[in-house]
Structure formats: C-alpha cells, structure tokens
Design a protein around this ligand. Structure first.
Ligand code: AP5
Ligand code: MG
Length: 237
C-alpha cells in the first residue's frame, strides 16, 4: 500500500485527505457508487472505472464473453475474479489512468483485493471509501433507477429525474432504461452477495489503515458534500 499523500485517510470522517488520486469506492448495490463516482472523478481529473459498466459494455459489444457475462449479471452473482481482474488491468493500463483512478465496484471480494494489490496500479492504492447506508433505502433506490443507454449516467424516477425531458438523458440525449438486475429477485441476490463477499473488504482495508467511512444516506448533494470534505475537494477545482 502506497501512503504517499495519504494524509488522514485512515480516520473515519476525517477531512482534508487532499491530492488522493488512487481510490476505491465500496458500498452495497444502490449506495450511490455510480452517482457519486462519476461526479467526483471528474472533479479529481481521474477516470471513473466502474466494473459493472465495463462488463455491461462487453455484453453490449457481443464478443465471446458476452452471453456468459450477461447470464451471470442478470442473476446478481459475481463474474469470475480472473475475468474482472483482467478487465480492470486492461482499463487501468490506458493513458488516462496514469494520474490515478476512482474504482467503483472493484475490488468486491477479498480475493479480488489480493489480486489487485499484486498489480502495479493496485500496489499504489491510497484510500478505500465505504459508503454506509441502511438497507431499507437501497431497494427503493434500485427499483426506481433509470440508466442512460448512451453514457451510463444514473437517474431515479423520484429522487433524480432528468430535468429536460422524461425518459431522456440530460447529458447526451440517450434513452433511459431500467437495468435487468434491478428486478426484485436480482436485487435481493445482489444484496446477499454483497454481505457475503464484499462487506469483509471493509475490515481488510481497515487493517491496511486506508479506510474512510461516509454516511451515504440523504440527498446526492449531501453525500457529495461529505465526499468533498473528506477528500479536500473544492467546487472551483
Ligand atoms: P454494478 O453495476 O457495480 O452494480 P452494484 O454494485 O450492484 O451497484 P449499483 O450500480 O446497482 O449501485 P450504485 O452504488 O452504483 O448506485 P447508483 O449510484 O446507481 O455491478 C453489477 C453486476 O456486475 C454485479 O452484480 C456483478 O454481476 C457484476 N460485477 C461488477 N463488478 C464486479 C466485480 N468486481 N466482480 C465480479 N462481478 C462484478 O444509485 C442507485 C439509484 O439510487 C439511482 O437511481 C440513483 O439515481 C439513486 N440515488 C443515488 N444516490 C442517491 C441519494 N443520495 N438519494 C436518493 N437517490 C439516490
Ligand atoms: Mg453502479
């Protein structure tokens, strides 16, 4: 673990861990990893690397792994570790990730965390941020989510509807659709998989002294403010 610029990243609710640029967001389905990750990465000038989005792109492209990944995702269980680690490795080797990365949805098991730590990018991870939220809020968030087919932006029927036109993305004009794994059975499976496989990562990163926790309830703006305070990001950055 590289602690260059690590500041007070190990302290819960600490402020001012400025200049961090190799970050991981950990949180259950619906905790806001995508919503917050997209905005924060832009502010930090680093790519938002979401494994769910990368796997969905592979499915859309229809290559040799497409059908296999599609079937796995629809049920809410994990794509095999070797596949995901290879996907992340490839993405982080692109030039835009040279300055850093904001990972969303990876690592999401102890095995993935160990495999990632053995890679060049993973060896320099600076902070893991856990988004904490009561489970009852998650189902409502996920069942109302709408995702843009064009740019992947995340909306919500009630909490974050598009402002320009119903069913159309404000950013790119793409169509807003419901994800196949946002059906009740798949949501339950994803929450269960999170508890079994991903939650232990919080202790793992706590032991590595690079974990911070954020209250992810409240409005997207509230959560964003907490993340900005934690990371020392200002709006005019
Ligand atoms: P992935 O796409 O990563 O899904 P997930 O982890 O289940 O998380 P979500 O994207 O559903 O939630 P989010 O936290 O991003 O919430 P969002 O911001 O959208 O992974 C999908 C699948 O891919 C996995 O099940 C697995 O099969 C596979 N996969 C991915 N990574 C893998 C890996 N590493 N290993 C193996 N397999 C992998 O917000 C949700 C909704 O709430 C939105 O509608 C949003 O507008 C709304 N919302 C957000 N914040 C707020 C707020 N503060 N108040 C009100 N509403 C809010
Ligand atoms: Mg997401």
């Amino acid at each position: 673990m590289d602690d260059t610029n690590a500041g007070s990243a190990g302290q819960t609710g600490a402020t001012g861990i400025a200049l961090l640029s190799r970050l991981v967001l950990i949180g259950p389905p619906g905790s806001g990893k995508g919503t917050q990750g997209q905005v924060l990465a832009k502010e930090l000038g680093i790519p938002h690397v979401a494994t769910g989005d990368l796997i969905r792109e592979i499915v859309e492209a229809g290559g040799e792994d497409a059908e296999r990944f599609k079937a796995i995702m629809a049920t809410g269980v994990f794509v095999p570790d070797e596949d995901v680690v290879a996907i992340v490795d490839k993405r982080l080797s692109k030039p835009d990730a040279a300055r850093g990365y904001l990972l969303d949805g990876f690592p999401r098991s102890l095995e993935q965390a160990r495999l990632f730590a053995a890679t060049r990018a993973g060896a320099t991870l600076q902070a893991a941020i856990a988004l904490e939220i009561p489970v009852e809020l998650l189902v409502e968030r996920l069942s109302g989510r709408l995702t843009c087919l064009g740019c992947g932006a995340s909306y919500h029927e009630k909490y974050r509807p598009p402002v320009k036109k119903t069913g159309v993305c404000d950013n790119c004009g793409g169509a807003l659709v419901r994800r196949v794994d946002d059906e009740p059975v798949a949501i339950r499976q994803r929450l269960q998989t999170y508890d079994e496989k991903t939650r232990p990562l919080i202790e793992f990163y706590e032991d590595q002294e690079c974990l911070s926790r954020i209250d992810a309830s409240g409005t997207p703006a509230d959560v964003h403010d907490r993340l900005q305070a934690l990371l020392g990001v200002t709006n005019d950055k």
